[in-house]
Design a protein around this ligand. Structure first.
Ligand code: B16
Ligand code: MG
Length: 211
């Protein structure tokens, strides 16, 4: 029986995926590295440094560890400039209605995000005090598809992983949920899930899964 829903942040509750794209693209262009939306799709749910390695696959020279740290920091500066502009109006359609309905029905809600910028994003969209637990890039050592971020969220909630539903827009995130022994709901075409929805604008989606 589902007792908790663990939400990915970027691409599920708020469209920061576009900001990640613009920040990586700016950094890649400055470095003369080819980067496009298709490559960006491979970065969903993947940690910052692992994302950088994917971006550098197209680089014409190799980078030292020190240079890599500087590149990731530069991208993060560009990204933070963009997310500082977020407001509650950037919460994706249907997300708030579904979150409120889950809470009203006594279902616990948590964030499970690979992003170290989760606290800033939640503050900007006015949800910093909303969730029953927040597990993010700051409290994990292995990013998705490792299940750690979701297992930590379940632990914070005191809920058995088998009673959790993970909502994800990334293939890596769906795999993480499955490896954690949780049920999974895919949005935006992430593959391998138990349930599928185009996005959260369908107000009855959780009612159909959680009976
Ligand atoms: P940061 P999620 C992930 O967040 C993003 O999808 C991924 O593109 C990003 O590289 C990762 O967070 C790390 O983000 O650089 O802010 O720490 O989808 O797991 O909420
Ligand atoms: Mg995501």
């Amino acid at each position: 029986m589902i007792k908790a829903v663990l939400f990915d942040l970027d691409g599920v509750i708020v469209s920061t995926d576009g900001c990640h794209y613009r920040a990586w693209k700016r950094m890649a262009d400055e470095e003369g590295i080819y980067f496009d939306e298709k490559i960006n799709d491979r970065l969903r749910g993947v940690s910052r440094m692992a994302s950088l390695e994917i971006v550098l696959e197209r680089a014409s020279r190799s980078y030292t560890e020190e240079e890599k740290v500087a590149l990731a920091a530069r991208k993060n500066d560009y990204y933070r400039d963009l997310i500082r502009e977020l407001t509650p109006s950037d919460i994706l359609p249907g997300a708030m209605e579904n979150l409120n309905e889950l809470k009203e029905n006594g279902i616990l809600v948590a964030v499970g995000s690979s992003s170290k910028n989760t606290p800033l994003i939640l503050r900007r969209i006015g949800l910093d005090a909303f969730f029953d637990a927040v597990s993010d890039g700051n409290n994990i050592s292995h990013s998705k598809p490792d299940p750690e971020v979701f297992l930590k969220a379940a632990e914070m909630l005191g809920t058995d992983p088998a009673d959790c539903l993970v909502v994800e827009d990334a293939d890596a995130g769906i795999e993480a949920g499955r490896r954690g022994g949780m049920k999974t709901l895919s949005v935006k075409g992430a593959v391998g899930a138990d349930y599928f929805a185009p996005d959260l604008s369908d107000y009855s989606i959780f009612r159909r899964i959680i009976r």
